[in-house]
Design a protein around this ligand. Structure first.
Ligand code: FDA
Length: 309
């Protein structure tokens, strides 16, 4: 119930206007958002790097509706790439296709992503394309294939274990050399497309993780990447990896900025490669609502912070 409310709010313009204009909500959101500027995000990367963690920068802003906004978003990513390459920090970048114009036109989006991925390739930087709601999955995979055909191999995708189709999609793209991050899925999807029960989403995550560990993911020479804060699931996945003869460093774990910080350190100490997705930017509202939807207990954190402040 709470999950549905927060997912509804994440798309509601009236809620965004109301909450973003409120200074207090801005400061509470800072638990999950590194700041509004690139300088603040770079500072957060440096702090994590010093603790042995890698980063990926995500400039917040989804679903742009005009060509000008989409081009501007791509330009922002070019600036991020330049800063990463100049500063020598250990970070790559993650982006959303809707932010680069997917809902305006596929061709516009493709041109924008090509610009970003080409510039990243020039300094050996990897770009991760996040997966959004199901209406975008086919176009996201198609775009990845187009980039791949052009020889751009520094780009990978995110798949969601809550979608029934993911097993088939994974079976198709892994042999094509796709670098995948597996996550559970953060959008509201109907029961005919996605597992409605969390237990099934978790079970499917493990099943898909096993196929990534046992061959398909490894054969193309990349580390399987698991984007989750679920410590129990990660323990099972890492134990399976060990049984399959993998070293701790052969498994990469991705988590979000501000979530399970202690677990991130614990994994680094245990030898895993850990990357933290650092979200930043002025357009933080939908991102923040999705984090509340994932864990209603965060609402109590918000309420406590407001009374404490
Ligand atoms: P789960 O929800 O089962 O939570 C397990 C435990 O983790 C909880 O008990 C709690 O302790 C902690 N936890 C989880 N979420 C928390 C939160 N918001 N606040 C505080 N604690 C929390 N989704 C998508 O659809 N497309 C995408 O491209 C991405 N990309 C992505 C990248 C990375 C690096 C991560 C970690 C996640 C994503 N996601 C995503 C989001 C993902 O699909 C999912 O919604 C969240 O990760 C929450 O699910 P968990 O797997 O963490 O486990």
């Amino acid at each position: 119930m709470l999950r549905s409310i927060f997912l509804y709010l994440s798309k509601a313009r009236w809620a965004r206007r109301l909450i973003v204009s409120w200074n207090l909500s801005r400061s509470v959101a800072r638990r999950f958002v590194a700041g509004e500027t690139l300088d603040q995000a770079i500072q957060a990367v440096r702090t994590l790097n010093a603790a042995g963690l890698n980063a990926t920068l995500d400039h917040l802003g989804e679903s742009v509706t005009t060509e000008a906004e989409a081009v501007r978003s791509a330009d922002d990513y070019l600036a991020i790439i330049s800063r990463i390459c100049e500063s020598g920090i250990r970070s790559n970048a993650s982006l959303k296709l809707s932010q680069l114009g997917l809902n305006v036109s596929y061709e516009l989006c493709r041109g924008n992503v090509q610009r970003v991925v080409r510039q990243a390739a020039e300094c050996g930087l990897f770009i991760r394309i996040d997966m959004e709601d199901t209406s975008t999955v086919d176009r996201t995979i198609e775009l990845w294939r187009t980039l791949r055909k052009e020889g751009l191999v520094n780009v990978g995708l995110v798949f969601q274990s809550y979608l029934y189709r993911t097993e088939k999609d994974m079976g198709a793209v892994l042999p094509e050399g796709c670098r995948l991050r597996l996550c559970k899925g953060a959008y509201k999807e109907p029961a005919d497309l996605a597992y409605p029960k969390k237990a099934d989403v978790d079970a499917q995550f493990f099943t898909l993780a096993v196929s990534m560990l046992e061959g398909l993911g490894r054969r193309n020479g990349f580390r399987p990447v698991f984007g989750t804060h679920d410590a129990n699931l990660l323990t099972r996945i890492r134990a399976h990896a060990e049984r399959a003869g993998l070293a701790p460093r052969d498994v990469e774990v991705h988590m979000l900025y501000g979530i399970q910080r202690g677990e991130q350190d614990r994994l680094v100490t245990a030898g895993a490669v850990v990357r933290v997705l650092i979200a930043y930017g002025a357009y933080w509202f939908p991102w923040y609502m999705r984090r509340l939807a994932e864990r209603p207990a965060n609402v109590w954190f918000v309420v406590r912070s407001m009374f404490a402040g």
